[in-house]
Design a protein around this ligand. Structure first.
Ligand code: PLP
Length: 302
């Protein structure tokens, strides 16, 4: 009797095959590994449906073009692969990642134009950026003195794996007892953290950086939700003191939507609890998951 592979912890698509996540491996010579020469995107599945899949696919295409990578697949083909990963896993709440790597040039060549680009994907159980208690009480975030890599060096608007600044900043914050970290740019403006964008509420207005960071789909959702709720959003530089003085601070990410921050560098924000605007946005974020305009159900029977 042959035993069925165990897909319940997630499924990956590698070299044209669907494998249990624990068995997924890439060639060690892929420049995606050797040079962080890759791009990716993450879309979530909630209650058996993608949230804003089109926006993620569109951004993935843009990122690929920016880095001169070609997955060799169109949107419909990528969607089929992602959906098959989710379907095989049976997961109703999933974190779904698509990746295009440089691959490898022919032996002896260092010319990236000669490399055959690779497409990989996987679906794993939903990954939260904040646990239940952090979501209820708010995160403690440190503002790192590690500077975000310059936009003139690596374009932050195209997703990439140049995360060493973010990871070193995160390690410093975790060592200091915080939950996560925010990085600043060369002018001392807050830009973003490892996988999330940042917002403050200042004089009743929502403020968020406009440059030097990845333009998150969740960030876009926050901006659109604010418009629909009649809340004003000011997009522009956010100096560190502005964020410290904000009445509310929150993060946006596909890893959990809108996440309240109630302490910055040990200092309490507002009254130390998630604020009213943050709370409304959290509720609206999950309500929008039921909106057919943003929701694409996965056919688990196919
Ligand atoms: C993916 C990412 C974000 C958040 O983007 P979402 O589409 O909202 O998940 C923010 N910053 C960085 C560096 C990222 O890689």
């Amino acid at each position: 009797m042959s035993s069925e592979p165990d897909y319940s912890h997630g499924v990956a698509y590698v070299a044209g095959r669907y494998v249990p996540i624990a068995e997924a491996a890439i060639p060690i010579t892929d420049w995606g590994f050797l040079r962080s020469d890759a791009t990716y995107d993450v879309v979530t599945v909630w209650d058996g449906a993608y949230f804003r899949l089109d926006a993620h696919l569109e951004r993935f295409e843009r990122s690929c073009r920016r880095w001169r990578l070609d997955p060799g697949l169109d949107r419909a083909q990528i969607t089929d692969i992602l959906s098959r990963c989710v379907r095989l896993s049976g997961l109703r709440a999933s974190y779904v990642e698509m990746i295009c790597t440089r691959g490898q040039p022919p032996w002896g060549s260092r010319d990236p134009r000669q490399a055959v680009n690779r497409f990989y994907a996987f679906a794993v159980p939903f990954v939260w950026l904040a646990n239940e208690q952090q979501r209820a009480q708010g995160l403690h975030v440190m503002i790192s003195d590690v500077q975000r890599i310059s936009p003139r060096s690596v374009d932050p608007t195209a997703k990439n794996y140049h995360w060493n600044d973010l990871t070193m900043g995160l390690l410093g914050a975790l060592d200091a007892g915080a939950d996560s970290v925010l990085l600043v740019d060369g002018q001392g403006h807050v830009v973003e953290g490892p996988g999330f964008n940042v917002f403050g509420v200042v004089n009743g207005r929502i403020v968020t950086p406009g440059e030097g960071m990845l333009e998150g789909i969740s960030r876009r959702t926050v901006i659109e939700m604010a418009a629909s709720l009649g809340l004003e959003v000011a997009i522009g530089p956010v100096p560190v003191p502005t964020l410290r003085g904000a009445a509310e601070v929150f993060l946006s990410t596909s890893g959990g939507g809108v996440l309240p921050v109630t302490r910055l560098d040990g200092q309490v924000i507002g009254d130390g609890r998630p604020g009213p605007i943050t709370t409304r946005l959290v509720q609206t974020y999950w309500a929008w998951h039921k909106d057919p305009a943003y929701r694409l159900a996965i056919d688990y029977a196919a």
